[in-house]
Design a protein around this ligand. Structure first.
Ligand code: 76R
Length: 271
């Protein structure tokens, strides 16, 4: 038996991007093609019916890649086995890897506490009286959102919103701009500003930040889901002004996809 590789907390996450080799696909006859599409369809169903496992399937908006999968599952052995089968599902050499990213879901060391939210946002920024009903309602709303948010970070269930954006990022480590040599309190303060910007997109952007230090090239994978691509464009733009991104953010390539049902995806990819 194979030893499972399940993290003490959280899940493994793979972002997998492929090109379709249409020259190879053209060599298959109708029956081969039908079988290939059935194989991928059945595999997607098998993955989606596995415990604690989620799979997003999307078409990529530009020729950076054609097809993308985002796979979330606890055991790296399982993720690895599914990934090999996904790659081969349409037949050998049909899907060729364009880009991939390995990360894990993680909780944050900078989570905003109730005391902090009360002092900085409700009293400081909004000028609410701690004895007022507006304050009590805002506090309750914050606590519910945080409980939900913390669970979501480690064990996310992603909605089927049509637009998906993925990019990897790191925090700068050069000269005077070394994130990792800042004291914790300073980093926490800066992350507080970041979170405030982010919270304004509640309901429009669903973000999942996954950690990848030691696992892949950058330090985090950023996955954003949206119903309107303008929300992706504006959140990323607005965050560039946040010191955390402006001064310390370093970004990899951006991939924009559209979540689609498989039948539509096959048509879209001319398969
Ligand atoms: O409220 C809290 O305390 C939780 C706050 C929070 C943390 C800790 C948070 C909120 N993020 C956190 C961590 Mn984020 N995030 C990004 C990007 O393009 C860019 O410039 C940055 C990419 C986006 C768009 C985004 C969105 N965040 C992180 C980390 C880990 C940092 C570390 O550990 O050092 C990264 C790399 C990162 C990057 N963030 C939010 C959002 C949004 C929308 C929120 C609000 C979520 C909500 O409250 O509903």
């Amino acid at each position: 038996a194979v030893t499972p590789l399940v993290p003490r907390e959280g899940w493994h996450v793979m972002h997998l991007f492929y090109h379709v080799d249409h020259a190879q696909w053209a060599m298959l006859d109708d029956e081969d093609r039908r079988q290939a599409k059935t194989r991928l369809t059945e595999l997607v169903q098998e993955i989606r019916s596995t415990d604690d496992t989620h799979l997003l399937v999307f078409s990529i908006a530009t020729p950076k890649a054609d097809l993308g999968f985002m796979l979330l599952t606890p055991d790296l052995q399982v993720a690895n086995a599914f990934e090999k089968r996904l790659t081969l599902s349409l037949g050998p050499d049909i899907l060729t890897p364009a880009y991939s990213y390995l990360s894990q879901t993680e909780s944050s060391e900078y989570t905003t506490t109730s005391a902090q939210y009360s002092e900085e946002t409700l009293i400081g920024e909004k000028g609410l009286d701690p004895e007022s009903p507006e304050y009590a309602a805002a506090m309750k709303e914050f606590e519910e959102r945080m409980a939900h948010y913390l669970k979501h970070r480690l064990y996310p269930v992603l909605p089927d919103w049509p637009a998906i954006c993925f990019y990897p990022m790191s925090k700068r480590r050069s000269g005077a701009d070394n994130w990792y040599s800042l004291p914790f309190e300073e980093r926490k303060e800066l992350m507080g500003g970041h979170a405030r910007t982010g919270r304004a997109y509640s309901g429009r952007i669903l973000q999942l930040i996954t950690g990848s230090t030691g696992l892949d090239e950058h330090e985090w994978g950023v996955t954003l889901l949206a119903k309107d691509t303008i929300d992706i464009k504006s959140i990323v733009y607005e965050m560039r002004f946040d010191e955390v991104s402006a001064r310390y953010g370093e970004f990899g390539d951006f991939y924009i996809g559209m979540q689609l049902p498989l039948s539509e995806l096959f048509r879209r990819l001319c398969l």
